[in-house]
Design a protein around this ligand. Structure first.
Ligand code: GLU
Length: 436
């Protein structure tokens, strides 16, 4: 196991922030304020299981920043969840909302559990239990959850309903990523993946590469990866590999298909479950070749898209990247690259689209969802996606321009833009002075 894969995720993002805080020219007191969360909540959630026993789960909510608006960010279910993981992702949400310039802060929640082991009834109880425990500290004007790893629109409805039940009111803006028809926004499900590919499209333009003829390899097959694949193909590119969890062997494989994966096959009933786990029989039927888990990383493609979990690309596998062919590395997942792997990607001059810019489409449409909830008036899918496309395209070029002007790595450029915006809000509120 690569040592850097085991690194503390919060220390990784704090180190990235620290080095860019210096470049931003913010004061030491501002840096000290911004490198820790404003508030952290740890709760214990007892759930009566289907077999009659009671199991107590540990959950978290971390509000990293509320200077630019209410804390915003998903709720994750993961077996290896830790407070430091949630802290790191909450911090990234603050930079994410700032880099696309939406008026929200950053937060994240997590529950330690294996979502695949829970029945729907148990999942519902867990969602409702989490709300009851964090209720006093969250709300549509304070902190707004959303889907993340292993949570989905149905979970968000249970979360909304529990909040409404306690509040004795109807507050659909408390949570985003809800199902359409019950306060959800059209386009939210596709938003993260589409946002990734809007960025990829703009990066290809800057590199003078035609989308038709471009190829991609994607790690993951969950919501984000599925819509990355769909949009990439819609623009005329070919996705030749995706990696995912196998339902039978209970391990990850890469599934490759030289002719290009057809998104229709991916979305066909029975191909993937709600977690993006693949039915290997279906893969066989489509002619996809099963390869080892890391094979997606070795493909001679134009664009590599890690769209699964954190620290997926690390010191021991980064050298498997085909640096002669890969032109763009688009971080669709949150923190998919360890610092050591990041150094290699930087040295090799691959065009990086950093995570908190690349995957900001989800939270951007979450913001639209809240706006629609507040108006109680809903936009068409076209209207949502048009607005999303503009925000992502503008944010992408702001970062790309700064990176070019200052001759810096796009990750650093994105940090500089985001941290300056958050610092300006903190200073404007009179919390911390930005100079000295
Ligand atoms: N979980 C998503 C993210 O990491 C979306 C958050 C949201 O919509 O609030 O960006």
């Amino acid at each position: 196991m690569a040592k850097d894969k085991e690194m503390n995720p919060f220390e990784i993002v704090q180190a990235q922030f620290d080095s860019n805080a210096v470049k931003c020219g913010i004061s030491e007191s501002m840096r000290e304020f911004l490198r820790e969360a404003e508030r952290e909540i740890r709760v214990r959630i007892p759930v009566e299981m289907d077999d009659g026993t009671t199991k107590t789960f540990t959950g978290f909510r971390v509000q990293h920043s509320t200077a630019r608006g209410p804390a915003k960010g998903g709720l994750r279910f993961a077996e290896n969840e830790t407070l430091d993981m949630v802290r790191s992702l909450a911090m990234m949400m603050a930079w994410k909302c700032a880099v696309v310039n939406i008026p929200l802060g950053g937060g994240k929640g997590g529950v330690i559990c294996n979502p695949r082991d829970l029945s729907d009834r148990e999942t519902e109880k867990l969602c409702r239990g989490w709300v009851r425990k964090v209720y006093d500290f969250v709300g549509p004007e304070m902190d707004i959850p959303a889907p993340d790893v292993a949570t989905n629109p149905q979970d968000m409805l249970w979360i909304m309903d529990e909040y409404d039940t306690i509040a004795r009111s109807r507050k659909p803006g408390f949570v985003t990523g809800k199902a359409v028809g019950v306060g959800g926004s059209l386009g939210r499900t596709e938003a993260t993946g589409y946002g990734v590919i809007y960025c990829v499209r703009e990066a290809l333009k800057r590199l003078n590469i035609d989308f038709r003829g471009a190829t991609a390899s994607i790690q993951g097959a969950g919501n984000n990866a599925q819509y990355c694949c769909e949009k990439f193909v819609e623009y005329g590119g070919k996705v030749i590999a995706m990696s995912c969890w196998d339902a039978v062997d209970k391990k990850a494989y890469t599934y490759s298909y030289e002719k290009g994966i057809n998104p229709k096959d991916l979305f066909a009933p029975g191909t993937l479950d709600k977690f993006g786990t693949i039915n290997p029989q279906k893969a066989k039927l489509f002619g996809w070749k099963q390869e080892h888990a890391d094979a997606w990383l070795e493909k001679p493609v134009t664009v590599l898209i890690p769209a699964a979990l954190g620290s997926a690309v690390h010191s021991e596998n980064v050298h498997k990247i085909d640096f002669d062919n890969v032109k763009i590395y688009a971080e669709a997942a949150n923190t998919p690259t360890t610092p050591e792997a990041d150094k290699v990607i930087k040295e090799k001059n691959v065009y990086l689209i950093p995570d908190f810019l690349c995957n900001a489409g989800g939270v951007t449409v979450s913001y639209f969802e809240q706006v629609q909830n507040n108006m109680n008036f809903y936009w068409s899918r076209e209207e949502v996606l048009e607005r999303l496309e503009k925000i992502m395209t503008d944010a992408f070029h702001d970062v790309a321009d700064l990176a070019e002007e200052e001759n810096i790595y796009p990750r650093d450029a994105a940090y500089i833009i985001a941290v300056r915006r958050v610092a300006a809000a903190v200073e404007g509120r009179g919390w911390v002075k930005s100079k000295k």
